[in-house]
Design a protein around this ligand. Structure first.
Ligand code: BG6
Length: 513
C-alpha cells in the first residue's frame, strides 16, 4: 500500500499467467433462452473463449421452450454478447455461437430428451467433445430436481470410460432450511456429491477470493483480526437496480432469501473463518462451515431489534425518478416483500465473541457498493484530546468488492501546522492500478473450474445448509410477526430509518453509502 495512489506505467501492470485451456466438453444449458444466459453465462463464455481458455473441442447444447429456431437462438446469443461486452471481437462471438445447438422443447417432453441425445452424439462426433457434459440449471428453481433427475434417468450422469458428467445448480438452492436439506438429500440418490456443483457467483469475484489471500498470505493483519482489536464488522451489498424483469421471482423471495443465505453469508464466512490447514477444497469448506455453525440462532424476541425489513417507494437515483417496488411489473400492489434487510449477528467463538457483525443489503439504494468494513477499537487513551478540534475516529479497514475493487486503511494524521489537529486519511490499494481492469462477470472462473473439475469455489451441501440455518430463525420469527414490520424507504436513500435506529441502539452508525 502507499499513501498516494500509484499510477503504474502500462508495462508494469501485472498479469497472472493464464491457465491452460479447459478439456473437451459440451455445456448443456437448461433454460438457455432466459435472463441468466443472456446477462451472464454467454458473456462469461465469451471472455473464456477470448482468453483461449475454451478448447477447440467445446460446444453448447441449449434446452428450453421458445419461439426461436436454432439459427434464431445463435443470433440472439450473439446479440446478447455484443450488448454485454463492449467491443466484443466478432471472430470470437462467431466461434462461440456457431457451436450452439438448440433443443426447443419442454422438460417433460420425451421427444425433447430424444433430441438432446441426438444433439449430444452429433456434437461429440463433430467437435470431439469426448462425451464429457457440464449441465447447467439456469431454469426456475422449481425445475432443478425434476430436470436433474431426468438427466440421471436418461443415463446422462453415468461416468464411464474416463468421461465426466457434472451439474451446476444456480441459486436459490432451496427456499428454506428444510427444502435445501431435501434437495441435497434427493440429489445424491441419483448422482454423486462430487458431480454436484452449487454455484454462488460471489465466489467467482476476484476481490472476494482476495479476502483469503489478504488475510492468509500476509503476516500483519491476522494478529489484529479478532475481538481484542476489532470493534465490529459491517458487510454491505447495496444495489441501485430494482427488481428488473424478475418481479415474479422476487416478490415470492424477498431480499433475505435472495441475498443472505448465499452471498452475504459467504462474505461473512470468508471474513470470519479460521485459517485453513491448506488451500484444498475440503480444508476451505470445513473452516467456512465451522464459523457459520458458531453463529447463534436469532431468537424471536431478538429479531425485533436485530433485523430490519424495508421496501422502497418511488424516489430518485442519479437524477432519474424511479417507481416504487409495488409499481414494478409482476409485483403485487399490496406486496409485503422486503427489498432491504439489515441483520445483526454474533459469531460465538474464541476469536469473535462480543464482536457484532452488521449485514445489510437492498435494492434501489443510492450507489452500487459491496464492501466489508472492519472497524477497529478506539485507542485506549485519547492523548490529543485537548489540542484537537474533532474527536478521533476509529481505524477502519475497508475491503471494497465492487464496483471499485480496492482495500483501504483509514487512520488519523496530523494536519500540518503549529497546532496539533488531526484528520482522517487513508492508504489505499486499487486493483486497477496494479492489475489493470478486466471485464468480468464472476462466472468465468466458476465455469472454467467446473469444466476442469475443481470444486473449491463451489458450495458443499453442508455450507448451503449452514447458510440457511442462519437465516431460518429469522424467517420463523418473521412468520410469527416478530420483527416483521415493513419500513418504507425512498428509492435513492440509504435505506429505512429503522436500520439506522438498529445501529444507534448499539451506539454505532452505518457507513454512509
Ligand atoms: C443475485 C440476486 O444472486 O445477485 C440478485 O438474485 C442480485 O437479486 C445479484 O441483484 C447481485 O449480484 P452482483 O454480482 O451484481 O452483486
Amino acid at each position: 500500500m502507499s499513501a498516494a495512489t500509484p499510477v503504474l506505467p502500462p508495462e508494469a501492470v501485472a498479469k497472472s499467467p493464464l491457465p491452460r485451456p479447459a478439456g473437451p466438453c459440451v455445456m448443456v444449458i437448461f433454460g438457455i433462452t432466459g435472463d441468466l444466459t443472456r446477462r451472464l453465462l454467454f458473456p462469461a463464455l465469451y471472455y473464456l473463449a477470448q482468453q483461449k481458455l475454451l478448447p477447440e473441442e467445446f460446444a453448447v447444447a441449449g434446452y428450453a421452450l421458445g419461439d426461436l429456431d436454432e439459427q434464431g437462438l445463435r443470433d440472439k446469443l450473439a446479440g446478447d454478447v455484443r450488448s454485454a461486452v463492449a467491443n466484443a471481437e466478432g471472430a470470437v462471438v462467431e466461434w462461440l455461437c456457431s457451436r450452439v445447438r438448440f433443443v426447443c422443447a419442454g422438460f417433460d417432453d420425451p421427444n425433447g430428451w430424444k433430441r438432446l441425445h441426438e444433439v449430444l452424439a452429433g456434437l461429440d462426433e463433430q467437435y470431439h467433445t469426448g462425451g464429457n457434459y457440464l449441465f447447467y440449471m439456469a431454469t426456475l428453481p422449481d425445475f432443478f430436481l425434476d430436470v436433474a433427475r431426468r438427466v440421471g434417468d436418461e443415463g446422462l450422469l453415468k461416468q464411464e470410460n474416463g468421461q465426466w458428467r457434472r451439474i451446476i445448480f444456480e441459486k436459490p438452492f432451496g427456499r428454506d432450511l428444510t427444502s435445501a436439506r431435501e434437495l441435497n438429500r434427493d440429489l445424491v440418490t441419483f448422482m454423486r456429491e462430487d458431480q454436484v456443483f452449487r454455484i454462488d457467483h460471489y465466489l467467482g469475484k476476484e476481490t472476494v477470493q482476495n479476502i483469503l489471500v489478504f488475510r492468509f498470505a500476509n503476516g500483519i493483519f491476522e494478529p489484529i483480526w479478532n475481538r481484542r482489536y476489532v470493534d465490529h464488522v459491517q458487510i454491505t451489498v447495496a444495489e441501485t437496480v430494482g427488481v428488473e424483469r424478475r418481479g415474479g421471482y422476487y416478490d415470492h423471495t424477498g431480499a433475505l432469501r435472495d441475498m443472505a443465505p448465499n452471498h452475504l453469508i459467504q462474505l461473512l464466512a470468508l471474513t470470519a473463518m479460521e485459517p485453513p490447514s491448506s488451500f484444498s477444497a475440503t480444508a476451505l469448506h470445513n473452516e467456512q462451515v465451522k464459523v457459520l455453525e458458531a453463529v447463534p440462532p436469532v431468537t424471536p424476541s431478538e429479531c425485533k431489534y436485530c433485523t430490519v425489513r424495508g421496501q422502497y417507494v418511488a424516489g430518485v437515483i442519479a437524477d432519474n425518478p424511479v417507481t416504487g417496488y409495488r409499481q414494478e411489473p409482476l409485483v403485487s400492489p399490496i406486496s409485503q416483500t422486503e427489498t432491504y434487510v439489515a441483520l445483526k449477528v454474533a459469531v460465538d467463538n474464541w476469536r469473535w465473541a462480543g464482536v457484532p457483525f452488521y449485514i445489510r443489503t437492498g435494492k434501489r439504494l443510492p450507489k452500487r457498493k459491496t464492501e466489508i468494513a472492519i472497524q477497529f477499537r478506539n485507542p485506549p487513551l485519547t492523548l490529543f484530546r485537548k489540542s484537537r478540534t474533532t474527536l478521533p475516529q476509529a481505524n477502519r479497514l475497508i475491503i471494497s468488492v465492487q464496483p471499485d475493487e480496492s482495500i483501504r486503511l483509514e487512520f488519523d494524521a496530523k494536519i500540518p501546522g503549529p497546532v496539533v489537529t488531526t484528520q482522517q486519511v487513508d492508504m489505499r490499494f486499487c486493483y486497477a492500478d496494479y492489475f489493470g481492469v478486466e471485464n468480468r462477470t464472476g462466472y468465468e472462473t466458476l465455469l472454467y473450474d467446473a469444466i476442469v473439475g475443481d470444486n473449491s469455489l463451489f458450495k458443499r451441501s453442508d455450507m448451503i445448509e449452514a447458510g440457511w440455518a442462519l437465516v431460518q430463525p429469522v424467517l420463523d420469527a418473521w412468520s410469527t410477526g416478530s420483527g416483521r414490520d415493513l419500513h418504507f424507504y425512498a428509492a435513492g436513500s440509504d435505506g429505512p430509518d429503522a436500520a439506522d435506529a438498529m445501529m444507534e441502539h448499539d451506539r454505532r452508525a452505518w457507513r454512509p453509502l
